[in-house]
Design a binder for this molecule. Structure first.
Ligand code: CR1
Length: 797
């Protein structure tokens, strides 16, 4: 539905009046946000309803993306853009003396995810709707999102992120679509009507209530649904929870998102969360299949439904679908298994061993007795099917139940027809190292699907100026057909375009500089190199290597060795229980303090660690970046996606040949990226031979020694203890992240960056090539590949 400026103004006034009894002039920004989002809701509501009717009518296959994390950020501007209202509304607001950005800033950031994995899930939602596919999200409506990060004396402090406090304006609660999820008790199998039927004794049910969030497609008229589940006490069981405390215990199931994307804490609650949203999701899918689509043959389920297991957290979907098919719909085990494997597909997002989920059998038996029985049976049949055919060791390594644990990745792989990694190198490592034995058993299941980003959010919304330049140079079509962005290369020698690229970058940097001033009090020079590392704080991502480079630059400047002006900008949250990562934050903050206050270096180097990195902050930083730091230990970063967002905004990447950096290097060519560091074979050589001796390197390299010693020689005395922790970690024999091994070559890469910086025209040319080729990482194309190769979807008419 389109809207004129005048219609919009009238609608806005009406909403302000009916909701708050104020007029535009007297409305607060919060009230304006609320009214504006309501006008938008009216705008897309008909499309949302029609999409559902069409879905049921056309009966096309749908994908359900099961993910324990979704990280959409804010939705106001994205809904405006996708609905085609952005320009009209911006200009109408301007007429009224208002600014869209100020109003949009009132929306809480929907941070129901930790990092790349959750952000990817949200990007896929947007891309599915924007390319015409029916794709549904299935997740958890956490009451508290990822913690709010503050720095106190340089330390990270975590505060609750009560994002729902001010109401989520997009969600619609659909109480009538609630389902019950059962936990605990005992299960006996009894013969009933010729069927082994489970008889449940004891235990309890929790009511899963869906909150639907619309996913508005970009100019497609399609509005898909992201369904997030909340936990309530079923009316019939209220009597069992007489006190507020009792109630809270149940409702706590969906209270918190686990703030850790690499290891697991609060295990029992986490397991409950996993089963809760998986069971609720599958029950509602089958209800839709039977009631709305009026299908009664479960054998046809794979023609209508694809369920995607995003990392192992929803892997129980395999067992839960078996339970539903066998127990509730009386499908033969073998038939049910065929259906299940055809329906399920799985993405692995990391090779980090600590993220490989396993659940204790006893815990699982107590909490989910029927699921444990089913998993045991799947495992038993798996072992039988391979006995005598492959080595016993292979069976033991790959079976689902072993060493007292249920291996969730094994369940996901065995129960899915497709297993994919998220960049070619990552998929290759899955096939040859991490999941080698599975690859040999099921080579046809493995495939690669390189990650992508939504250019709508990261260019159109976050960088309107660069978007306009693209409009002027390649035409507006790039907004729907990103391949057109490649035409930008025709302007490689166009002095005017190159100048504009630099001007736009400078304007974005000025804006960020203002934000930095406002939030940290520190003045930064927008003409300096803005050198950006934004991602979760983790040893493998090596914010530590950046830190060593900063110290080296500082020493140089103090010793009269000149460098171009540079502002290093970090954004990163550390998992609350990850002490090493928190130590890194403290050290960076104290190093920053010393450097930022040292008048002797004349402001040539500034180090800014911005608090509370989230999608909203990313939208401010990314358009202003000159340099993108992608410096993980080769083999450790499955893909990375900030690398893609930064290149799309014209930042030049300094990178190891890890994750999707490899593909970025291929796309832009060696001249337009700064590659350094050990390659995968060298890394594995160290790991296999156990002969990495950083202390020898340190002793024989004076620059390295001076740089590392600064951590313990009193230079940064406020982080003496944490500095010692880092120092010791770097020098430890066979240190896993090979920080010092890459130090020298990282310095070389940085030197090259400085040399290139002096030639602003050629810098702009490199930026231009990066912007043009970022289209290869358009999530719209990524989902098209999933849709075709894995899910078998057809577009809605
Ligand atoms: C990976 O670390 C990747 C995203 C999305 C992360 C990152 O390299 O870009 O997934 N994995 O695929 C993760 O969070 C728990 O695993």
């Amino acid at each position: 539905m389109q809207i004129t400026k005048e219609e919009f103004k009238k609608e806005l006034e009406q909403k302000l009046d009916s909701q708050f009894a104020v007029d535009v002039e007297h409305a607060s920004l919060g009230e304006l946000y609320s009214a504006l989002s309501n006008v938008l809701r009216d705008g897309y509501a008909p499309n949302w309803r029609e999409t559902r009717i069409k879905e049921a009518h056309e009966g096309k296959k749908q994908v359900y993306y099961f993910s324990i994390e979704f990280l959409p950020g804010t939705l106001l501007r994205s809904n405006l853009l996708n609905l085609g209202w952005m320009d009209t509304v911006k200009s109408a607001l301007k007429d009224l003396g208002l600014n869209l950005d100020d109003i949009a800033a009132k929306e809480p950031d929907m941070a129901l995810g930790n990092g790349g994995l959750g952000r990817l899930a949200a990007a896929f939602m947007d891309s599915l709707a924007s390319t015409g596919y029916v794709g549904n999200g299935n997740g958890i409506r956490y009451k508290y999102g990822l913690f709010k990060q503050k720095f106190v004396n340089g330390y990270q402090v975590e505060l609750p992120n009560d994002w729902l406090q001010k109401h989520n304006h997009w969600e619609v609660m659909r109480d009538n679509k609630s389902v019950l999820v059962h936990f605990g008790g005992q299960v006996n199998l009894v013969q009933k009507d010729n069927w082994m039927t489970p008889e449940y004794n004891g235990g309890y049910s929790i009511k899963a209530v869906p909150y639907d969030i619309p996913v508005v497609g970009y100019h497609t008229g399609i509005v898909n649904t992201m369904r997030l589940w909340d936990a309530e006490i079923p009316e019939s069981e209220e009597i069992n929870y007489p006190t507020i405390d009792d109630r809270r215990k149940v409702e706590d199931l969906t209270s918190i998102l686990y703030p850790d994307d690499s290891s697991y804490s609060g295990r029992l609650l986490r397991l409950k969360q996993e089963y809760f949203f998986v069971s609720a999701g599958l029950q509602s899918i089958l209800r839709y299949y039977t009631k709305d689509l009026k299908q009664n043959d479960m054998h046809n389920l794979p023609k209508y439904v694809a369920v995607h297991i995003n990392d192992t957290h929803p892997a129980m979907a395999v067992a839960e679908l078996m339970r539903l098919l066998v127990d509730e719909y009386h499908i033969d085990w073998d038939e049910a298994w065929k259906i299940t494997v055809q329906v399920m597909s799985y993405t692995n997002h990391t090779i980090m061993a600590e993220a490989m989920e396993k659940w204790d059998i006893n815990m699982m038996t107590q909490l989910l007795p029927r699921i444990m029985q089913i998993i045991t049976e799947i495992d038993r049949r798996y072992v039988i099917s391979l006995t005598g055919k492959v080595a016993e060791s292979v069976i033991n390594d790959t079976r689902i139940v072993n060493n007292g644990n249920v291996q969730m990745a094994h369940l996901a792989i065995i129960g899915s027809h497709s297993v994919n990694g998220v960049a070619p190198l990552h998929t290759h490592l899955l096939e040859t190292e991490v999941l080698k034995e599975f690859y040999e058993l099921y080579p046809e299941r493995f495939n690669n699907k390189t990650n992508g980003i939504t250019l709508r959010r990261w260019l159109q919304i976050a960088n309107p100026k660069l978007s306009k330049l693209l409009d002027q140079t390649v035409g507006r079509d790039w907004r729907t057909d990103s391949a057109k962005m490649l035409l930008l290369q025709d302007s490689y020698k166009n002095a005017k375009v190159l100048k504009q690229i630099n001007e736009i970058k400078l304007e974005n940097k000025e804006k960020l500089a203002k934000f930095i001033k406002k939030t940290t009090g520190i003045t930064v020079d927008p003409t300096a190199i803005f050198d950006v590392q934004i991602k979760r704080l983790h040893a493998y991502k090596r914010q530590t290597l950046k830190l060593l480079h900063i110290i080296k630059l500082y020493h140089d400047l103090k010793n009269g060795i000149d460098h171009p002006k540079r502002v290093v900008i970090f954004g990163a949250k550390a998992a609350p229980s990850y002490t090493y990562a928190k130590d890194v934050i403290k050290v960076i903050n104290e190093v920053a303090n010393v450097i930022n206050n040292d008048a002797s270096i004349h402001g040539k180097l500034k180090v800014i660690f911005l608090e509370n990195y989230d999608v909203t902050l990313a939208e401010k930083i990314i358009p202003a970046a000159d340099v993108s730091e992608q410096i993980s230990t080769t083999t450790k970063e499955a893909s990375g996606t900030s690398n893609m967002k930064l290149m799309a905004n014209g930042a030049l990447t300094v990178a190891t040949m890890d994750g999707a950096n490899v593909d970025i290097a291929k796309a832009v060519g060696q001249d337009n990226i700064f590659i350094f560091g050990l390659n995968k074979d060298q890394v594995y050589d160290y790991y296999n031979k156990h002969d990495y001796k950083p202390r020898d390197m340190y002793n024989s390299d004076q620059v390295m020694k001076e740089t590392v010693d600064a951590l313990i020689d009193g230079s940064f005395s406020k982080a003496a203890n944490e500095g010692r922790v880092l120092y010791d970690s770097f020098l430890q024999e066979n240190e896993e992240f090979l920080v010092l091994a890459d130090f020298e070559s990282y310095l070389q890469a940085q030197k090259k960056i400085e040399e290139n910086w002096h030639d602003q025209r050629s810098w702009a040319q490199k930026a231009l090539v990066n912007i043009a080729h970022s289209e290869e990482f358009n999530a719209d194309n990524t989902v098209a590949r999933y849709a075709k190769d894995i899910w078998g979807l057809k577009k809605l008419n």
